[in-house]
Unconditional design. Structure first.
Length: 288
């Protein structure tokens, strides 16, 4: 069984406050990209894991943790050999590890014939990481809570983006800590979406890259960009390359440029290789 584990970008990300458990309550419109890792699953007696990046081939890898978590619910005494081919860079804010974990849960649920319903799989995913539930419910969704509450969004808008990442990554806990967010208050009605979220949903419906570019917003840029000042110059370079807007991917350190068309994205990815060691161009995915 060969399955792909796509990357994501947070088109909007708003912080509502710090929760008593230390996590931040957020609201975010998340979108899957066509950039993806690949998982190959074959039969084995035990759970065995290998990875194209030897530094990630360890028991702590979220893929192994996902497999062991689901295996407890597996009625049959079988394992799986899982090979992970990495294409999504780490510490980029693209959700690579979370996507690998979500894809492993989904694929092994089928491979081992566990047949856990989607809601149970999403609850298992939330134990592995805040972004994992989204990856089980993509390709687009409004994410709330600490990430566990996902409302799927249906749209047909394909947008071409360019990604660029400096050699240095950013640590997610460090970026969140840099927010110095006030404690969460419960004054907001839980059902009402933020204006920024609504603006993005309208932009996605309109299908216009210009409208999407006007609606992007990531509050983690506040603490993240000063931690890696070369992001300011990289952002300028991406705008010079024709990007309509440039935003930080999640907690960084990759930047995402919203492009008017495929050619702009492809040319930008080539031109930006002088400014960043890793670049990528491609479309969003609108169905899975
Ligand atoms: O859930 P996950 O392990 O992916 O989160 C990594 C870190 O990011 C957490 O330890 C926390 O510092 C921060 N985080 C947060 N609020 C969220 C999601 C992540 O503070 N909603």
């Amino acid at each position: 069984m060969i399955v792909s584990a796509p990357a994501k970008v947070n088109l909007t990300l708003q912080i509502l406050g710090k929760r008593t458990d230390g996590y931040h309550a957020l609201e975010s419109v998340m979108q899957l990209l066509s950039l993806a890792d690949t998982l190959t699953i074959t039969e084995a007696e035990q759970i065995e894991f290998s990875c194209s990046d030897p530094a990630l081939a360890c028991e702590e890898n979220l893929v192994v943790r996902a497999a062991r978590l689901l295996h407890r619910q597996c009625p049959r005494a079988i394992g799986a050999r899982i090979h992970l081919e990495k294409h999504i860079p780490a510490q980029a804010g693209l959700g690579g590890g979370s996507s690998d974990a979500a894809t492993a849960l989904q694929a092994l649920n089928e491979f081992w014939e566990v047949r856990l319903p989607d809601d149970d799989l999403t609850a298992l995913g939330a134990q592995l990481g805040s972004d994992v539930p989204f990856f089980l419910n993509g390709p687009c969704g409004v994410v709330r809570g600490r990430g566990e509450s996902v409302t799927p969004v249906v749209h047909r808008t394909t947008c071409h983006v360019v990604l660029a990442k400096p050699s240095q990554g950013l640590s997610t806990p460090r970026v969140y800590a840099g927010l110095h967010a006030p404690p969460l208050t419960t004054a907001r009605p839980a059902t009402r979406l933020l204006p920024e979220t609504l603006a993005m949903l309208h932009a996605l419906e309109s299908g216009s890259p210009d409208a999407i570019a006007r609606a992007v917003h990531n509050e983690l840029e506040g603490p993240a960009l000063p931690m890696l000042p070369e992001l300011f110059t990289l952002r300028e370079r991406m705008l010079e390359e024709g990007c309509l807007a440039v935003l930080l991917c999640g907690s960084g350190s990759a930047l995402c440029g919203i492009c008017p068309d495929e050619a702009t994205a492809r040319h930008a990815a080539i031109d930006l290789t002088n400014d960043a060691p890793w670049t990528w161009a491609g479309p969003w995915i609108t169905f899975r």
